[in-house]
Design a protein around this ligand. Structure first.
Ligand SMILES: NC(=O)c1ccc[n+]([C@@H]2O[C@H](COP(=O)([O-])OP(=O)(O)OC[C@H]3O[C@@H](n4cnc5c(N)ncnc54)[C@H](OP(=O)(O)O)[C@@H]3O)[C@@H](O)[C@H]2O)c1
Length: 295
């Protein structure tokens, strides 16, 4: 199967490109310079050259705070881009796998979110991602939308890398302890998409729709930070004691109100595709090893 990956230099994009061949797929990864998903002509020309059997959209505008003042770019990449990709997929009658986010929810629920729960994004990023979901759903019948949360890896910028960097520089880190979610390695997100793609290749008939993916257990940012720093210290990535102090989100000043509960219920993915995220701690260990390797 020929798989076209947009946003190949992002966290998930890189992991898709790293793993795809091991599933027997011919992988065609595009950076934003090679394929700008907001440009119809660019999309049509690349897709007609590559003739993919499946497109996986790993491209997104992910700067949550910046999106508040850069609304146009956020909507261009997160809404218009998926709309253009979906239209191109429709022309070729091929499926689109698209990645979305826990930020489509307001975080007010006391329990993990199901795919059928009401959406109510509270940020421009969340709204733009929701519009991207709708564009895909309204254009295509053959689509997978995988909503995930708290993505980390050795690539790009993310919470794990930020915590390690800051712990190396400071003796104390204040971390929000009243927001909860499921950390998800980009490796795991990529593997979930590729496992679904493998089932598509085998059966040509899968249950299209929206799925939730995250790893377990659900934790607060503070608990996640404690685990990151404890492991990083054992590995020698951090060479001094660092206090991880819990703070309420009201003390963490940002332009965006983040969901208090970002936990995603993942049963549907397990039931329909036998895909489970497993424990984030295993992937955290691997990611920290990679960060250590780079120095
Ligand atoms: N990161 C998280 O914590 C998180 C949480 C939940 C869901 N998600 C979702 O997971 C997906 C993957 O996220 P990620 O963390 O891997 O993102 P990322 O590391 O920020 O990568 C996004 C990629 O998209 C590319 N891109 C931006 N604009 C583009 C355009 N117009 N055309 C083509 N490519 C473009 C970027 O390329 P350049 O670098 O060249 O701009 C970048 O390589 C996204 O859909 C995101 O919304 C992420």
């Amino acid at each position: 199967m020929r798989v076209l990956v947009t946003g190949k230099n992002g966290q998930v994009g890189r992991c898709l490109m790293d793993q795809g061949e091991s599933y027997g797929f011919a992988m065609f990864g595009m950076s934003s310079a090679e394929l700008d998903i907001t440009n119809i002509r660019n999309v049509d020309s690349v897709i007609s050259q590559i003739k993919p059997d499946l497109v996986i959209n790993a491209a997104a505008y992910t700067a949550v705070d910046k999106a508040e003042t850069d609304k146009k770019s956020a909507y261009a990449v997160n809404e218009t881009g998926p709309k253009i990709l979906a239209a191109a997929c429709k022309k070729l009658d091929i499926p689109l796998f698209h990645i979305s986010t826990d930020y489509v929810f307001d975080g007010e629920s006391d329990i993990p979110y199901k795919e059928t729960d009401s959406v109510n994004p509270t940020s421009i990023y969340g709204r733009s991602k929701l519009m991207g979901e709708l564009a895909v759903r309204n254009t295509l019948s053959k689509f997978i939308i995988l909503r995930t949360s708290w993505v980390f890896s050795e690539h790009g910028g993310n919470f794990v890398k930020t915590m390690v960097r800051m712990a190396r520089e400071r003796d104390r880190l204040d971390v929000v302890s009243d927001q909860f979610g499921g950390p998800s390695s980009a490796h795991g997100v990529a593997a979930a998409l590729l496992k679904i793609a493998a089932q598509l290749e085998q059966t040509n008939a899968i249950s299209w729709g929206i799925y939730h993916y995250c790893q377990k257990p659900y934790v607060s940012w503070h608990q996640f930070a404690q685990e990151i720093i404890e492991r990083a210290t054992k590995m020698g990535l951090v060479d001094h004691p660092v206090e991880i102090a819990p703070i309420p989100s009201s003390q963490f000043l940002t332009s965006v109100k983040r969901p208090e509960n970002s936990s995603l219920k993942t049963d549907k993915l397990e039931r329909c595709f036998n895909v489970s995220g497993g424990q984030w701690s295993l992937d955290l260990e691997m990611v920290l090893e990679s960060i250590k390797g780079v120095g």
